[in-house]
Design a protein around this ligand. Structure first.
Ligand SMILES: [Zn+2]
Ligand SMILES: [Zn+2]
Length: 106
């Protein structure tokens, strides 16, 4: 794991935005519903085939993280307002899915 993929701050920046600041001072803003839909736990993605089990319709429009806890030194566990709490998001995965880094427009 790259050292820059360590968050220095994790905050709810608005009702539907999560802000993570990283060791290298990059700031990521995540639409929380997209994070919920990107969950890769065994209840959201079929373990062997990789088929998504979670449908867009399954997630309420106003879903948000009720609680975020750190898992070891490498990941975050989200407790979502829809009751889902088995998803773990590694820092590497979160950093790779940073919306501003994924898109060409700055
Ligand atoms: Zn899940
Ligand atoms: Zn970014």
């Amino acid at each position: 794991m790259s050292e820059s993929n360590l968050p220095t701050s994790i905050q709810q920046a608005g009702p539907d935005t999560l802000r993570i600041e990283w060791q290298d001072r990059h700031t990521s803003l995540y639409p929380v519903r997209e994070l919920r839909l990107a969950c890769r736990c065994a209840r959201c993605v079929e373990e062997f085939t990789g088929q998504p089990l979670l449908r867009d319709d399954d997630v309420p429009d106003d879903v948000r993280p009720d609680k975020i806890t750190q898992v070891g030194r490498y990941a975050l566990a989200f407790h979502w307002s829809d009751g889902h709490d088995t998803g773990i998001y590694t820092f590497d995965y979160l950093r790779e899915s940073c919306p501003c880094c994924r898109e060409d427009s700055a």
